[in-house]
Design a protein around this ligand. Structure first.
Ligand code: KE4
Length: 442
């Protein structure tokens, strides 16, 4: 059997690791089958325990914008490791990475590094609540901001009243302070502010939603969120953990020309090592300990090896004048080609693209929010996923995720992917009727 080493590795893992994985989406539950275990990556490719190669469009869920094991990134990490792995004290590498980010994302006047996107968003809303002295936040159905309690909330029965926990262990008390409204509906945000006057500290949004599949903002939507926050004295928080440096050199805020009060980052800024960050207006960030009263801390925040990987990665991104044009061309070649293949096979589909991010829904109508995303045919997606996997193409193992292209991908890689999709869809068409499994909280 071709994946027998991964299957036995999964059995071994399940004996000691909860669910056999350290993050649920890796377990292939959304697509079925046993997860592939990998042993190495190079450029646009991954290699599994059976030495099979896969063209990788997951790229560790976004961080690897320059591909796996880029020589400059490997060299920077190795060099930093020679000097020690962690000091728990300030280093100049933290200032160097901060200066690069601030230089590329001018809305960030001050930044704080943490070790994950979850830490970044969790800390950003505590800061927003401390700064505004207001308890509530607004988030959007289908947007994911990590697994901190205030975000594991689904829309309540009354769309504008308190949310409900979307995971056991999250309390009603926590849910009370999170209002969940539909993405891409500015009127819903206006109603939320009217329903909770002077109580909303922040509106937290993925400017391009990437965790219900890829769902771009409607034209003008982000500017409407900005105006609503200004009108009601709330902070606008862009969670750019995924879109940052991915959809454009300056992130989604540059594309939309909308200046958030706070931005959360992750993934690409660590080049594959654990780095998150939050930052924004200097007057807001001044509220953060040790200068201000809002507490936040982390043993490995600003870790020297992670900073080295982030500096090497962002320098490659910042200094490559044609990178975003090349990524855009490759990503459009992929999505245009997939549309042609889906048309050929008579399959209802919606594709989306933003910079080097792309998404595919096997859905009948354009997708603008979670309700639309949930109309996608997850059974057909699962069959397509496996048919592509069998052909050495590694897509995200869930209909409700986003794909990524790196600077290591080539036109030949895209052409190979399209040929595989054509063959895969011929095979996948044998799948049963449509089914709607709502996206898991993660
Ligand atoms: P982490 O805590 O996983 O580093 O980041 C949380 C997070 C925050 N904000 C956005 C917009 C995110 O997409 C994420 C994490 N993304 C998922 C994949 N869509 C990570 C993969 C996983 O959960 O294993």
């Amino acid at each position: 059997m071709k994946n027998e080493r991964s299957i036995s590795a999964f059995t071994r893992a399940r004996a000691v690791i909860a669910g056999g994985v350290n993050s649920p989406v890796r377990a292939f539950k959304a697509v079925g089958g046993s997860p592939i275990f990998f042993k190495s990556g190079s450029g646009a490719y991954l290699r599994d325990l059976n030495d099979r190669e896969y063209l990788d469009f997951v790229l560790s869920w976004g961080p690897l914008i320059v591909g796996h094991a880029h020589p400059a990134v490997v060299k920077a990490i190795a060099s930093a490791a020679q000097r020690g792995s962690s000091f728990g004290a300030p280093t100049e590498a933290e200032s160097e990475l901060a200066e690069i980010i601030v230089g590329m994302m001018p809305s960030i006047e001050r930044i704080r590094f943490v070790s994950s996107g979850t830490e970044a968003t969790m800390s950003a809303i505590r800061l927003a609540r401390g700064f505004t002295r207001r308890p509530k936040i607004v988030k959007f159905a289908g947007c994911y901001h990590g697994h901190a309690d205030p975000f594991l909330i689904a829309a309540g029965s009354g769309a504008l009243t308190a949310g409900v926990p979307s995971s056991p262990g999250v309390t009603e008390g926590t849910a009370r302070d999170t209002v969940v409204v539909p993405f891409n509906d500015a009127d819903a945000v206006a109603r939320a502010f009217d329903a909770h006057p002077d109580a909303i500290a922040a509106v937290v949004v993925e400017p391009y939603a990437g965790n219900m599949g890829l769902v771009p903002p409607r034209p003008g939507y982000l500017a409407q969120l900005r105006a609503a926050c200004d009108r009601h004295g709330a902070l606008l928080v862009f969670d750019e953990a995924m879109t940052g440096f991915r959809v454009a050199r300056g992130g989604a805020q540059a594309l939309a020309d909308v200046r958030p009060d706070l931005t959360t980052l992750g993934k690409a800024i660590g080049g594959g090592l654990p780095v998150g960050a939050f930052g924004g207006r200097a007057d807001v960030m001044a509220y953060l300990a040790p200068d201000g009263p809002v507490y936040q801390a982390g043993t490995l925040s600003g870790n020297p090896l992670a900073m080295a990987a982030g500096i090497a990665t962002l320098k490659l991104v910042r200094d490559d004048a044609t990178l975003y044009e090349r990524l855009g061309v490759l990503t459009q070649l992929l999505t245009d080609g997939l549309e042609a293949v889906f048309e050929k096979h008579g399959i209802a589909h919606q594709t989306a693209r933003a910079g080097s991010m792309f998404g595919v829904f096997f859905a009948p109508e354009p997708v603008h929010d979670l309700t639309g995303a949930m109309r996608a045919d997850t059974k057909l997606f699962a069959a397509f996923f496996h048919a592509m996997l069998d052909r050495g193409i590694y897509l995200a193992p869930s209909q409700f995720e986003t794909g990524f292209v790196s600077s290591a991908h080539t036109t030949a890689d895209i052409e190979r992917t399209l040929a595989a999709a054509d063959a895969a869809l011929a095979e996948a068409r044998t799948v049963g009727p449509q089914s709607n499994q709502p996206p898991s909280p993660r």
